[in-house]
Design a binder for this molecule. Structure first.
Ligand SMILES: [Fe+2]
Length: 268
Protein backbone atom coordinates (compact mmCIF):
# COMPACT_ATOMS: atom_id res chain seq x y z
CA UNK A 1 0.00 0.00 0.00
CA UNK A 2 1.32 3.41 -0.85
CA UNK A 3 0.38 6.58 0.93
CA UNK A 4 0.52 9.97 -0.68
CA UNK A 5 3.04 12.23 1.05
CA UNK A 6 1.91 15.83 1.10
CA UNK A 7 4.57 18.45 1.84
CA UNK A 8 3.45 20.55 4.77
CA UNK A 9 3.10 24.30 4.22
CA UNK A 10 6.00 26.66 4.95
CA UNK A 11 5.15 28.61 8.10
CA UNK A 12 6.04 32.27 8.39
CA UNK A 13 5.62 34.53 11.42
CA UNK A 14 5.47 38.30 11.08
CA UNK A 15 6.35 40.35 14.16
CA UNK A 16 6.13 44.08 13.73
CA UNK A 17 6.66 47.36 15.59
CA UNK A 18 7.88 46.03 18.95
CA UNK A 19 9.27 49.51 19.85
CA UNK A 20 11.79 48.10 22.34
CA UNK A 21 13.92 50.35 24.54
CA UNK A 22 17.23 50.27 26.35
CA UNK A 23 15.46 50.30 29.72
CA UNK A 24 13.69 47.15 30.91
CA UNK A 25 10.94 49.50 32.15
CA UNK A 26 10.52 51.09 28.72
CA UNK A 27 6.84 51.67 28.01
CA UNK A 28 4.79 53.19 25.23
CA UNK A 29 1.55 54.83 26.38
CA UNK A 30 1.70 52.76 29.55
CA UNK A 31 2.48 49.44 27.84
CA UNK A 32 5.83 47.83 28.70
CA UNK A 33 7.06 46.88 25.23
CA UNK A 34 9.29 44.02 26.39
CA UNK A 35 6.41 42.45 28.33
CA UNK A 36 4.00 42.77 25.41
CA UNK A 37 6.54 41.19 23.02
CA UNK A 38 7.04 38.33 25.50
CA UNK A 39 3.28 37.83 25.63
CA UNK A 40 3.07 37.73 21.84
CA UNK A 41 5.93 35.23 21.56
CA UNK A 42 4.26 33.01 24.19
CA UNK A 43 1.01 33.22 22.21
CA UNK A 44 2.77 32.20 18.97
CA UNK A 45 4.29 29.15 20.64
CA UNK A 46 0.97 28.22 22.25
CA UNK A 47 -1.32 28.77 19.27
CA UNK A 48 0.89 27.97 16.28
CA UNK A 49 4.18 26.48 17.48
CA UNK A 50 7.51 27.05 15.78
CA UNK A 51 7.58 28.96 12.48
CA UNK A 52 10.02 28.20 9.64
CA UNK A 53 10.89 31.86 9.12
CA UNK A 54 10.33 35.13 11.01
CA UNK A 55 9.90 38.49 9.28
CA UNK A 56 10.35 41.58 11.49
CA UNK A 57 8.97 44.60 9.65
CA UNK A 58 10.42 47.58 11.45
CA UNK A 59 10.20 49.88 14.47
CA UNK A 60 12.11 47.20 16.30
CA UNK A 61 13.52 49.82 18.69
CA UNK A 62 11.73 52.95 19.87
CA UNK A 63 15.06 54.51 20.90
CA UNK A 64 17.20 53.02 18.09
CA UNK A 65 19.81 51.75 20.57
CA UNK A 66 22.00 48.73 19.93
CA UNK A 67 20.93 47.41 23.32
CA UNK A 68 17.27 47.41 22.30
CA UNK A 69 18.12 45.53 19.07
CA UNK A 70 19.95 42.94 21.15
CA UNK A 71 16.87 42.57 23.37
CA UNK A 72 14.92 41.71 20.22
CA UNK A 73 17.55 39.25 18.96
CA UNK A 74 17.73 37.55 22.34
CA UNK A 75 13.92 37.31 22.61
CA UNK A 76 13.83 35.58 19.20
CA UNK A 77 15.98 32.87 20.77
CA UNK A 78 12.61 31.34 21.79
CA UNK A 79 12.29 30.25 18.16
CA UNK A 80 14.36 27.73 16.24
CA UNK A 81 13.86 29.49 12.87
CA UNK A 82 15.97 32.28 11.45
CA UNK A 83 14.64 35.80 11.08
CA UNK A 84 15.05 38.82 8.81
CA UNK A 85 14.75 42.42 10.08
CA UNK A 86 14.06 45.68 8.28
CA UNK A 87 14.07 49.23 9.59
CA UNK A 88 11.10 51.45 10.40
CA UNK A 89 10.88 55.19 11.05
CA UNK A 90 11.91 54.81 14.70
CA UNK A 91 14.95 52.70 13.84
CA UNK A 92 18.51 53.64 12.96
CA UNK A 93 19.02 51.54 9.83
CA UNK A 94 22.80 51.27 10.32
CA UNK A 95 22.69 50.18 13.96
CA UNK A 96 19.82 47.82 13.24
CA UNK A 97 21.76 46.21 10.36
CA UNK A 98 24.85 45.81 12.55
CA UNK A 99 22.97 44.00 15.33
CA UNK A 100 20.85 42.04 12.82
CA UNK A 101 24.10 40.74 11.29
CA UNK A 102 25.15 39.50 14.74
CA UNK A 103 22.05 37.26 14.76
CA UNK A 104 22.28 36.33 11.05
CA UNK A 105 19.10 38.38 10.52
CA UNK A 106 20.39 40.93 8.00
CA UNK A 107 19.04 38.90 5.07
CA UNK A 108 16.99 40.85 2.56
CA UNK A 109 16.42 38.10 0.00
CA UNK A 110 15.36 34.62 1.07
CA UNK A 111 14.36 31.63 -1.04
CA UNK A 112 12.79 28.96 1.16
CA UNK A 113 9.76 26.68 1.15
CA UNK A 114 9.29 27.20 -2.59
CA UNK A 115 8.77 30.93 -2.02
CA UNK A 116 10.82 34.06 -2.42
CA UNK A 117 10.88 36.78 0.25
CA UNK A 118 12.15 40.26 -0.58
CA UNK A 119 12.63 42.79 2.23
CA UNK A 120 12.97 46.48 1.39
CA UNK A 121 14.29 49.36 3.47
CA UNK A 122 11.70 52.15 3.21
CA UNK A 123 13.04 54.15 6.18
CA UNK A 124 14.24 57.73 5.69
CA UNK A 125 16.63 59.11 8.35
CA UNK A 126 14.83 61.61 10.60
CA UNK A 127 11.45 61.23 8.88
CA UNK A 128 8.24 59.42 9.79
CA UNK A 129 7.22 58.89 6.14
CA UNK A 130 8.87 56.28 3.95
CA UNK A 131 10.61 56.29 0.59
CA UNK A 132 12.29 53.60 -1.48
CA UNK A 133 15.68 54.66 -2.79
CA UNK A 134 16.45 53.92 -6.43
CA UNK A 135 18.80 51.16 -5.26
CA UNK A 136 15.91 49.47 -3.36
CA UNK A 137 13.66 49.57 -6.41
CA UNK A 138 16.47 48.14 -8.56
CA UNK A 139 17.08 45.40 -5.99
CA UNK A 140 13.36 44.54 -6.02
CA UNK A 141 13.21 44.35 -9.83
CA UNK A 142 16.44 42.36 -10.04
CA UNK A 143 15.27 39.70 -7.57
CA UNK A 144 11.91 39.40 -9.32
CA UNK A 145 13.61 39.08 -12.72
CA UNK A 146 15.90 36.35 -11.39
CA UNK A 147 13.06 34.22 -9.98
CA UNK A 148 10.06 34.48 -12.29
CA UNK A 149 8.66 31.11 -11.15
CA UNK A 150 8.75 31.59 -7.39
CA UNK A 151 5.65 32.91 -5.62
CA UNK A 152 6.86 36.02 -3.84
CA UNK A 153 6.16 38.00 -0.69
CA UNK A 154 7.49 41.57 -0.59
CA UNK A 155 7.84 43.22 2.84
CA UNK A 156 8.55 46.82 3.84
CA UNK A 157 7.76 49.04 6.84
CA UNK A 158 5.56 51.78 5.39
CA UNK A 159 2.07 51.45 3.90
CA UNK A 160 2.21 51.70 0.08
CA UNK A 161 -1.53 52.51 -0.20
CA UNK A 162 -3.82 54.98 1.53
CA UNK A 163 -5.57 53.52 4.53
CA UNK A 164 -8.66 54.97 6.14
CA UNK A 165 -6.97 56.83 9.03
CA UNK A 166 -6.50 60.44 7.92
CA UNK A 167 -3.45 61.19 10.11
CA UNK A 168 -1.59 58.35 8.39
CA UNK A 169 -2.03 59.81 4.92
CA UNK A 170 1.26 61.70 5.01
CA UNK A 171 3.33 59.09 6.81
CA UNK A 172 3.13 56.23 4.30
CA UNK A 173 5.40 55.38 1.39
CA UNK A 174 5.93 58.58 -0.61
CA UNK A 175 7.07 57.09 -3.95
CA UNK A 176 4.46 54.36 -3.99
CA UNK A 177 3.82 54.75 -7.76
CA UNK A 178 7.44 53.76 -8.44
CA UNK A 179 6.98 50.73 -6.18
CA UNK A 180 3.77 49.60 -7.88
CA UNK A 181 5.27 50.08 -11.31
CA UNK A 182 7.82 47.39 -10.44
CA UNK A 183 5.32 45.09 -8.69
CA UNK A 184 2.85 45.31 -11.58
CA UNK A 185 5.47 43.90 -13.99
CA UNK A 186 5.80 40.63 -12.07
CA UNK A 187 2.77 38.34 -11.73
CA UNK A 188 4.59 36.03 -9.31
CA UNK A 189 4.15 38.62 -6.52
CA UNK A 190 1.41 37.19 -4.29
CA UNK A 191 1.64 39.44 -1.24
CA UNK A 192 2.86 42.85 -0.08
CA UNK A 193 3.25 43.06 3.69
CA UNK A 194 4.00 45.98 6.00
CA UNK A 195 3.97 47.24 9.60
CA UNK A 196 3.89 50.91 10.73
CA UNK A 197 0.12 51.30 11.01
CA UNK A 198 -0.26 49.14 14.16
CA UNK A 199 -3.50 47.53 12.98
CA UNK A 200 -4.85 44.79 10.75
CA UNK A 201 -5.36 45.75 7.12
CA UNK A 202 -6.22 43.31 4.34
CA UNK A 203 -7.22 44.00 0.77
CA UNK A 204 -6.48 43.10 -2.84
CA UNK A 205 -4.79 45.13 -5.55
CA UNK A 206 -4.42 43.70 -9.08
CA UNK A 207 -4.53 40.16 -7.71
CA UNK A 208 -1.93 40.91 -5.01
CA UNK A 209 -2.90 40.42 -1.35
CA UNK A 210 -2.02 43.54 0.68
CA UNK A 211 -1.53 42.98 4.40
CA UNK A 212 -0.73 44.94 7.53
CA UNK A 213 -0.52 43.64 11.06
CA UNK A 214 -1.02 44.75 14.67
CA UNK A 215 2.04 45.82 16.63
CA UNK A 216 3.47 43.64 19.37
CA UNK A 217 2.80 46.63 21.70
CA UNK A 218 0.16 49.37 21.19
CA UNK A 219 -2.56 49.54 18.51
CA UNK A 220 -3.69 52.59 16.53
CA UNK A 221 -7.42 53.13 16.04
CA UNK A 222 -8.42 52.23 12.50
CA UNK A 223 -10.20 54.96 10.57
CA UNK A 224 -9.38 57.68 13.09
CA UNK A 225 -8.87 61.24 11.82
CA UNK A 226 -6.30 62.10 14.51
CA UNK A 227 -3.71 60.05 16.38
CA UNK A 228 -5.57 57.63 18.61
CA UNK A 229 -4.85 54.32 20.27
CA UNK A 230 -7.21 51.41 20.68
CA UNK A 231 -7.57 49.07 23.64
CA UNK A 232 -6.70 45.94 21.61
CA UNK A 233 -4.26 43.24 22.63
CA UNK A 234 -0.81 43.00 20.98
CA UNK A 235 -0.59 40.58 18.08
CA UNK A 236 1.19 38.93 15.20
CA UNK A 237 0.50 37.49 11.76
CA UNK A 238 0.90 33.86 10.75
CA UNK A 239 1.22 32.50 7.20
CA UNK A 240 1.01 28.99 5.80
CA UNK A 241 2.52 28.97 2.31
CA UNK A 242 2.30 26.22 -0.28
CA UNK A 243 4.85 25.87 -3.06
CA UNK A 244 1.95 26.10 -5.54
CA UNK A 245 1.57 29.77 -4.55
CA UNK A 246 -1.55 29.16 -2.48
CA UNK A 247 -1.48 30.53 1.05
CA UNK A 248 -3.50 31.27 4.15
CA UNK A 249 -2.83 34.03 6.68
CA UNK A 250 -4.38 35.17 9.95
CA UNK A 251 -3.80 37.70 12.73
CA UNK A 252 -3.73 36.46 16.32
CA UNK A 253 -3.55 38.41 19.57
CA UNK A 254 -2.15 37.73 23.03
CA UNK A 255 -5.53 38.00 24.73
CA UNK A 256 -4.11 37.04 28.14
CA UNK A 257 -1.82 40.10 28.22
CA UNK A 258 -3.06 42.60 30.82
CA UNK A 259 -2.27 46.26 30.25
CA UNK A 260 -3.58 49.72 30.99
CA UNK A 261 -3.40 52.03 28.02
CA UNK A 262 -2.75 55.74 28.49
CA UNK A 263 -5.47 57.03 26.13
CA UNK A 264 -4.57 60.69 26.57
CA UNK A 265 -1.35 60.73 24.59
CA UNK A 266 -1.26 62.85 21.44
CA UNK A 267 1.54 60.88 19.82
CA UNK A 268 3.97 58.06 20.27
FE1 LIG B 1 5.57 51.60 14.86
Amino acid sequence: MTSKVTARPFRVLQLTDPHLMISADGALLGVNTRDSLDAVIAEVLKSHGQPDLILATGDIAQDATEEAYHVFGDRLGAFTAGSAWIAGNHDHAGRLAKVAAFYGSDRRHIVEGGWQFILLNSSVPGEVFGNLAESELEFLAEMLEQHPDLPTLVALHHHPVDISAEWMRDIGLRNREDFWQVIDRFPQVKMVLWGHIHQTHERQRNGVQLLATPSTCIQFTSGSRKFSVEDLAPGYRWFELEASGNFTTEVCRAMDFKFELDQNSSGY
